[in-house]
Design a protein around this ligand. Structure first.
Ligand code: F6R
Length: 616
């Protein structure tokens, strides 16, 4: 197991299951619709009718599934499970959509999470004669249960999940057991509703609220047997256990946002899980693993050319600093809207890396088309399987962040930084520059989810600072070295959701012009970790202070001397200096979020902006 702690693989897909004397297929679909915000590239449902399992699936949003179901929607059923997908393994299409079935067609499984050892399990099951239909990791679960089944579904699921590495929340039905759903959880959320005459499970409480406010949150290792109005929970050894029943007092809209006011803050608070999802399976036994890049030889590459826009461009800058600092490889970074109209000097020895959360950004897409014409191989890092950029790339790396609903990129920026840091480490290794320093970075990367939780637990302190600064009209963000991309990103976050004019500058450039702006009405947000450029940054902050600018500093915990210089201090944990941009990310995001919220703006829907920029 990669991570020893209990982080959830959140917001990748949504699952529901219902069991009652009689429910309509439509009821299951309506429950599923409440989870559509968790993923919407395809969906599907399985139910048992006259002792036969029936499965319907459809690519696209749930309304497409409804069309596929047609009259079946009015059908009275006793048990059904359904799934709305955000693809991680295999493109979004009807075959890869859940539920997945075994060879007999009697067992159906819906799954949220990522099975790390699915390749090994798939080969093993194929050697036993199992036939696979999809490219998903989930399908191995259906075949494993088939392999373990001897008349008792609960026992079969208990045995099957003991073979799984990774994260899962699953719902399982069997045509011979129309009176039960078996559910299991490890690392992905699963909630069971306690209601009279009906059994209901879901990835979160939203679909349950129509039926009950009493719920059980399954814990890691739990396997549950759900019958109508009766729930039994077992530990991984099969021993029955008690789980506390919670009463939920959220309404549906709050439940969708996990009880938070906006998606943006929910998505920031998910970042520990985002990191787990992004890094899962990539650091093992001292090695850095990118199976997607097996055909790329970084030791032979002459340079890397990175194209991206906005926040993704800031992640790209971080990558440049990292790779150039640690290896002899040149990394060119350019905003896609410029790159696509220039005459770049790249060729077949240049690897082009496109970074795009949505995978649809028009300028980035055109940039990779140009790079391809010039002979470059294209690697993309995106969050959307099957997006245009992944389809037009030679190789793709998935961020696995689940859908990001807030327009401003937050958790996906963190996922990008994490993947880029690991890719940087892989390049260090492939080019023969690995040292103790890199082992330390890799070790700290594994601790990042924990460190992020500590930073996020300080959010009220950041809110208090935001209260003091929300009325300013300007902000200057400054940083040096690795702090510079963070300064750019901090300024972008603030301006795009709070509409405060914010500039991001390399601190050393201040004296070449922008320092003329500073006075008591123009505060400075200083990215000031205790790194090798700390003394230089400190001098720059002093220069700002001398112009009467208020200083908000993000510093390394333990730095007491900074109290004399800064008006406000936000501490982040000490990490190797190359990964300070990661621990700084939630700080700049929370600050921007709180300022926007205090100004009465909707941070989820900033004016004039769209989540996917598919036009020039
Ligand atoms: C800012 C933001 C945008 C995007 C940019 C690129 O919060 O979200 O700046 O980063 O539009 O989008 P992707 O990454 O989808 O290519």
């Amino acid at each position: 197991m990669l991570f020893a702690h209990n982080w959830e693989v959140a917001v990748l897909c949504g699952i529901v299951g219902m069991i009652a004397d009689s429910v309509k297929t439509q009821d299951v679909v309506e429950a599923l619709k409440k989870l559509e915000y968790r993923g919407y590239d395809s969906s599907g449902i399985a139910f048992v009718e006259n002792g036969r399992l029936r499965v319907f699936k459809s690519v696209g949003k749930i309304e497409r599934l409804e069309k596929t179901l047609g009259d079946e929607l009015r059908k009275e059923i006793k048990v059904g499970i359904a799934h709305t997908r955000w693809a991680t393994h295999g493109a979004p299409n009807d075959i890869n959509a859940h539920p997945h079935t075994d060879c007999t067609g009697n067992i159906a499984v819906v799954h949220n999470g990522i099975i790390e050892n699915f390749r090994e399990l798939r080969s093993y099951l194929i050697s036993l004669g199992h036939k696979f239909k999809s490219e998903t990791d989930t399908e191995v679960i259906a075949h494993l249960i088939e392999e373990m089944y001897d008349g008792d579904l609960l026992q079969a699921v208990l045995k099957a999940v003991s073979k799984l590495d990774g994260a899962y929340a699953i719902g399982v039905v069997h045509s011979e057991h129309p009176d039960e759903i078996v559910a299991a959880r490890k690392g992905s959320p699963l909630v069971i509703g306690i209601a009279k005459g009906i059994g209901i499970i879901a990835s979160d409480v939203t679909p349950l609220l129509k039926y009950t406010k009493e719920v059980i949150f399954l814990e890691d290792g739990d396997v549950a047997l759900i019958k109508k109005g009766r729930v039994k929970v077992f530990d991984s050894s099969g021993k029955e256990i008690e789980r506390k029943v919670h009463t939920i007092d959220w309404d549906e809209s709050a439940a969708e946002k996990g009880g938070y006011k906006h998606f943006m803050i929910k998505e920031i608070m998910e970042e520990p899980q985002t990191l787990v999802n992004a890094m899962m399976g990539r650091i093992k036994a001292g090695d850095i693993l990118f199976p997607e890049l097996a055909s790329i030889d970084f030791s032979k590459a002459r340079r890397i050319n990175v194209v991206a826009c906005g926040t993704s461009y800031h992640a790209a800058l971080f990558f440049k600093y990292f790779v150039e600092f640690h290896t002899d490889l040149d990394v060119l970074v350019e905003v896609s809207s410029e790159f696509r109209y220039r005459k770049p000097h790249i060729d077949k020895d240049t690897i082009t890396l496109a970074i795009s959360q949505s995978g649809e950004t028009a300028d980035t897409l055109e940039s990779i088309r140009l790079a391809k014409r010039l002979g470059s191989r294209i690697i993309s890092i995106t969050n959307v399987v099957g997006s245009t950029i992944t389809r037009e790339s030679d190789l793709s790396i998935m961020m696995n962040s689940g859908p990001e609903i807030g327009v401003a990129a937050t958790k996906t920026y963190v996922a990008q930084l994490a993947i880029l840091a690991l890719m940087g480490l892989k390049i260090v290794k492939d080019r023969g520059f690995w040292s103790e320093r890199h082992s330390k970075i890799a070790d700290t990367m594994l601790r990042l989810p924990e460190l992020f939780s500590t930073i996020l637990s300080e959010k009220d302190h950041i809110l208090e600072i935001a209260k003091k600064y929300e009325s300013y009209s300007h902000f200057m963000y400054i940083g040096r070295g690795y702090g510079y991309p963070t300064a750019l990103e901090g300024a972008l976050k603030l301006k795009e959701i709070s509409y405060i004019h914010a500039e991001g500058y390399p601190a050393g450039e201040l004296k070449h012009g922008p320092i003329a702006l500073l006075d008591e009405k123009f505060p400075v947000f200083a990215i000031l970790p205790s790194d090798s450029l700390y003394q230089k940054m400190k001098s720059n902050v002093m220069e700002c202070k001398a112009r009467n600018a208020k200083i908000v500093a993000v510093a390394t915990s333990g730095n007491v001397e900074i109290k004399e210089l800064a008006d406000e201090i936000i501490y982040v944990p000490r990490v190797p200096e190359d990964i300070y941009p990661l621990v700084m990310a939630p700080v700049i995001q929370l600050f921007a979020y709180y300022v926007a919220d205090l100004k009465g703006l909707d941070p989820d829907k900033p004016r004039n902006l769209a989540k996917s920029v598919t036009v020039e």
